[in-house]
Design a protein around this ligand. Structure first.
Ligand code: GLU
Ligand code: MG
Length: 429
């Protein structure tokens, strides 16, 4: 029998998982790690590396696996394959200042040390399943759509379950061939790790069934978008502190301050959480994604949606209560999504100001009390460049790598129609 392999993986600035393999027993028993190249972080979604990337041809890193992240994919005509997520470190094991996972760990740790807050999160993913004559289009949320996706659906949920990713809901979504998978909330780093692994498990399971799963934010301009919604809640000393039955929107003072921090930096955050050339097309009114920079009770057009509580059978509302950040998509690295949200939350709590307003009614057409989100990526990047506080969260190199990728993708797609751009990204994500 062949010795099982393990894929040591990082997730890069275009949210793709890359890495190298080692024998699994070497990883587990001899603490093996594997070499890596700094400039790999400047790969764009289409495989190009911009010449003006900050890393150049010099330097070496190691991918240092975190053994707690192991998941196993069913073998393709052979042994199962383990995947371990890794931090990118210098060759002496010290942190590399561009590593997205380390960035998230630092931001989460800072929220804890500054405010005693443990960030809890869960990523909710939508994706489109295509490429197979048998995948006919069923009705929105329909049992027919659900059944058409079998045996993919049951197998996906079972792989997620056996790997400890704690799947909750598997459903046929509203869009044509669109599905959604949710997992239970977890400490924020675990939640981001799970998001990265979940996407790979979904894509891998689809491939093994002769299909393609795409998390592209928009399959085509007129189609329903695939969102990534990040559910956030806060704990202190292990206890939920997000819910307050007597407060506006049931949001505790600290949660309201945290939400205000996210709204304050929202335009700059978009450059990290929705960073492809097509991402902003999804973030428009009437798409139930996010129509502007506001927080609202249960409104699916809000940037921050205060989710309902379930009190059936006497359930304690505080345990499930959470705020949902809706302006993320799967072209964004989940570690960086969590990282910028943790920083914005810290910033809001530092400022000590609760939300000015929590909307309880749908916003009216042209309601000028609601600031719009940046209309495209270049507007989001301008907002980032104008937000000194957000800029200060990043090392020079990480920021330059991020901006360089966006320039190179814009150049690569120049002259294409919006639909052609959607098509290019569909094939990657
Ligand atoms: N498809 C919507 C989006 O692009 C989300 C719909 C929903 O689940 O609320 O974010
Ligand atoms: Mg959905």
């Amino acid at each position: 029998m062949a010795k099982p392999l393990a894929f040591i993986a990082t997730c890069d600035l275009v949210a793709l998982v890359r890495g190298r393999s080692l024998f699994r027993d070497g990883v587990l028993n001899d603490s093996k790690n594997v070499g890596w190249v700094p400039a790999d972080l400047s790969l764009n979604a289409f495989g190009g590396i911009n010449d003006d990337n900050p890393y150049g041809s010099v330097g070496d890193l190691r991918l240092l696996p975190d053994l707690s992240t192991e998941v196993t994919l069913p073998g393709i005509n052979g042994e199962d394959l383990s995947i371990f997520l890794a931090n990118q470190v210098l060759t002496d094991g010290s942190p590399w200042d561009s590593c997205p996972r380390t960035h998230a760990q630092n931001s989460i740790a800072q929220l804890l040390s500054d405010h005693g807050i443990e960030l809890v999160a869960s990523f909710e993913h939508e994706f489109t399943l295509t490429n197979e004559a048998e995948i006919a289009t069923g009705s929105p949320f329909g049992l027919d759509s659900f059944r058409i996706a079998e045996p993919f659906g049951s197998e996906l949920v079972s792989i997620l379950e056996s790997n400890g990713l704690e799947p909750e809901n598997w459903l046929a979504e509203y869009g044509s061939r669109q599905f959604e998978i949710t997992v239970k909330p977890a400490p924020a780093l675990v939640a981001a790790d799970r998001a990265i692994l979940l996407r790979e498990i979904v894509r891998d399971t689809a491939r093994r069934h002769g299909m393609m799963a795409s998390f592209v934010p928009l399959p085509a301009v007129e189609s329903v978008g695939n969102g990534v919604h990040v559910h956030l809640s806060f704990k202190k000393d292990g206890k939920q502190i997000t819910f307050d039955a007597t407060a506006p929107g049931n949001l505790s003072m600290i949660a309201s301050q945290a939400a205000a921090g996210v709204l304050k930096h929202a335009a700059a955050l978009q450059a990290w959480t929705a960073p492809s050339q097509i991402s902003a097309l999804r973030l428009k009114p009437h798409r139930w994604s996010s129509a502007g920079i506001f927080a609202a009770v249960q409104d699916r057009e809000a940037l921050l949606r205060i989710c309902p509580v379930n009190t059936i059978h006497g359930a304690d509302p505080s345990t499930s209560f959470n705020i949902e950040y809706r302006a993320a998509d799967a072209t964004a690295n989940p570690w960086l999504v969590i990282s910028v949200l943790a920083r914005a939350i810290s910033s809001g709590i530092n400022a000590g100001k609760p939300l000015d307003r929590i909307y309880t009614e749908p916003i009216g057409e042209g309601d000028t009390s609601v600031p719009l989100l940046p209309e495209d990526l270049s507007a989001a990047i301008s907002a980032l460049q104008a937000d000194g506080e957000v800029l200060s969260w990043f090392s020079h190199n990480l920021l330059e790598a991020h901006l360089g990728i966006r320039r190179s993708e814009a150049e690569e797609l120049e002259g294409l129609t919006a639909n052609e751009k959607c098509e290019r990204y569909s094939r990657v994500y």
